[in-house]
Structure formats: structure tokens, C-alpha cells
Design a protein around this ligand. Structure first.
Ligand SMILES: CCCCCCCCCCC/C=C/C(=O)SCCNC(=O)CCNC(=O)[C@H](O)C(C)(C)COP(=O)(O)OP(=O)(O)OC[C@H]1O[C@@H](n2cnc3c(N)ncnc32)[C@H](O)[C@@H]1OP(=O)(O)O
Length: 286
């Protein structure tokens, strides 16, 4: 018992010493540790890193960890969050296709509910958010980025909502957050075609705000954006953001069950299963 307490204390001391070197506080989101969080003590800004190799595909566990992290940031009155990835080439490969292929009923319900939770918390967060997109960001990966208020993308990667290319439609909350960033015209064109934009194309169309040379540069640029809010009342800021996003948030809040049932219905269609199966095979054959 005493030895356990000493071990715990030693671990805490070691971890606090390594964090002090960079003036960072570290905490992990929960049991599975698929999300790392480093809070800069000086600025109060948290860098949240998705850490589910190889491609940060969003499965139930990763979404649950992210959801818990977002709760912690809100209850700690975070000064801001930068979302990024531990991979060198992928921000997030989007929803884990294996969660939708040959679905197990209870797990698929929990999976979609966790995605809804993450979207509501991230899109509606009171603290400012930015995405340091340090790799490819298709579909659900793009969703996480467009929930944030600012996006900085490292050169030479791709981003977009490519669902129609998989034979599925982007759900309505994907579409509303896309339209919050792009004009309706650009959103319609990109969504129906399932366009994946290069970093430069994404900048041109307004899907990202800045281009970065590498991950450190993207985090730096996100930080500069978030630091601008030092001059603004956090209450006034949060109220303004949430007022602008209120309709989209209420749309999902008020229709969660319907949205869940639509998802379950869609993924259980034989034609969708066939398409997903072929897509998984094509990824494996690469
Ligand atoms: C009327 C309204 C109806 C609404 C109904 C709703 C219906 C459902 C809506 C669902 C919305 C879906 C959203 C999504 O996010 S679907 C996922 C879309 N994602 C993609 O298309 C990306 C696929 N992946 C890639 O393009 C590449 O992997 C990537 C560019 C990201 C990285 O390339 P890289 O070469 O670095 O890596 P690999 O391709 O070799 O991949 C490594 C291994 O990871 C596996 N993998 C990749 N992506 C996924 C994924 N999304 N899910 C699960 N697994 C994935 C890949 O197969 C490799 O596995 P192996 O190592 O085992 O071969």
C-alpha cells in the first residue's frame, strides 16, 4: 500500500518535472489514452493530440477519449485548444470504417452517440479552438477540423468531405459545419463531388485559413490566432460564437435520436455494406 503510494508520487514527480521543462501541464483523457493533452502554463492553451496509430481513425474509444477531454477543457475554463495529430502524415482518416462494416447493434449506437457528443462539444465549445492539420484529413477528420474556429494546414496534404465517393452521404451535422466555413455554392459542389482539396486549394476556397511549413509552424500559427482573444472578454466571445452556431447545434440537439436511427438504417443497407467492404479492400490493396 505504502509502496504503491510512493510509486504513484514518484511517477507524478517525474511527469511534472518533464512537463516543467516546457512549462506544460500534461494530462491524459482517460482509460485508453488515445488523446494526449499538454496545457501551456503561460498561455493556458491546450494542445490536444490525437494518438491512435496508424491513421487516427475515429473509433468508439478514440471518440470517447476526445469527448472526455473536451469536458475537462470546459470545466477547467480552458483559454483555448489546438487540435493536432501524433502522426507525421495523417491528421485523422475520419470515422473508423470498421465501426460501420458488419456493425454490431449496441456498439454502433454507442459509436454514433459518441460522435454526436464530440461534435456538440467541439462545435459549441465556449473556449476558442484551432486545428493544426499536420496530415491528410478526409471525411470525419475534416469534420473535426471544421468544428474548430481556425485551421492551419501543413503543405502537401489533402482535406475534404469525400463521403459520396464511399457511396454514402455526409450526415446533416457534417454539412452544417461545412457550410459554416464555405459558401453554400462551394459546399454543395465539394460535397456532391466528394472533393478532396490540396492544401493550396483548401486555402483558396477558404476551407483553411493559413498554410504552414510543418507541424511546429502550424501549432505556432494556431497559437497566434488564439492569443488574439486575450484582448476580448471570454464571456462575450463565447456568447457570440454560440449564437452564430446555435441553429446548427439545436438542429442536432433536438433530433439526436432521429439522426442515430438514420445512421443505423443507412449502414445496415446491403448496398452500403457492399460499398464499404469494397472500400476497405481497396485501402488494404494499396
Ligand atoms: C440521407 C442521409 C444519410 C446519412 C447517413 C449516414 C451514413 C453514414 C455516414 C458516415 C459518414 C462517414 C464519415 C467518414 O469519416 S468515413 C471514413 C472516410 N475516410 C477515408 O475515406 C479515408 C481512407 N483512408 C485513406 O485515404 C488513407 O488511409 C489515408 C490517406 C488517410 C492515409 O494513407 P496511408 O497510406 O498513410 O495509410 P494506409 O492507407 O496504408 O492506411 C493504414 C491502415 O489504416 C487503415 N485505414 C485507413 N483509413 C481508415 C479508416 N477510415 N477506417 C479504418 N481503417 C482505416 C488502412 O486500411 C490500413 O490498414 P492495414 O494496415 O490493415 O492495411
Amino acid at each position: 500500500m505504502i509502496r504503491n503510494s510512493i510509486n504513484l508520487l514518484t511517477k507524478k514527480l517525474i511527469s511534472s518535472t518533464s512537463c516543467q521543462r516546457t512549462r506544460m501541464r500534461c494530462f491524459s483523457s482517460g482509460a485508453t489514452n488515445l488523446v494526449d493533452v499538454n496545457v501551456n502554463d503561460k498561455t493556458g492553451i491546450a494542445v490536444v493530440t490525437l494518438n491512435r496509430p496508424p491513421v487516427n481513425s475515429l473509433n468508439l474509444e478514440l471518440l470517447t477519449d476526445l469527448s472526455k477531454t473536451l469536458d475537462e477543457l470546459e470545466s477547467n475554463r480552458s483559454k483555448g485548444m489546438i487540435l493536432t495529430s501524433s502522426s507525421k502524415t495523417v491528421f485523422s482518416a475520419g470515422l473508423d470504417i470498421l465501426e460501420m462494416y458488419n456493425p454490431e447493434p449496441e456498439r454502433s449506437k454507442a459509436f454514433w452517440t459518441a460522435l454526436q457528443d464530440v461534435w456538440l462539444k467541439l462545435y459549441g465549445s465556449p473556449y476558442p479552438t484551432a486545428a493544426a492539420i499536420n496530415g491528410h484529413s478526409p471525411a470525419g477528420g475534416c469534420l473535426l477540423a471544421i468544428c474548430c474556429e481556425y485551421r492551419v494546414m501543413v503543405n502537401d496534404f489533402t482535406i475534404g468531405l469525400n463521403e459520396t465517393r464511399l457511396g454514402i452521404s455526409a450526415p446533416s451535422f457534417f454539412i452544417s459545419s461545412f457550410r459554416n466555413v464555405l459558401s453554400t455554392r462551394e459546399a454543395e459542389k465539394a460535397l456532391t463531388l466528394g472533393t478532396m482539396f490540396s492544401s493550396d486549394e483548401a486555402l483558396k476556397v477558404g476551407l483553411v485559413d493559413e498554410i504552414a511549413t510543418d507541424k511546429a509552424d502550424s501549432i505556432n500559427k494556431c497559437e497566434n490566432f488564439l492569443l488574439e482573444f486575450k484582448k476580448v472578454s471570454s464571456m462575450a466571445r463565447a456568447f457570440t460564437k454560440q449564437s452564430l452556431r446555435k441553429k446548427d447545434l439545436e438542429e442536432l440537439e433536438n433530433n439526436r435520436e432521429q439522426d442515430l436511427q438514420l445512421f443505423l438504417f443507412a449502414i445496415n443497407q446491403p448496398i452500403v455494406q457492399k460499398g464499404l467492404g469494397a472500400y476497405i479492400q481497396s485501402l488494404k490493396k494499396k
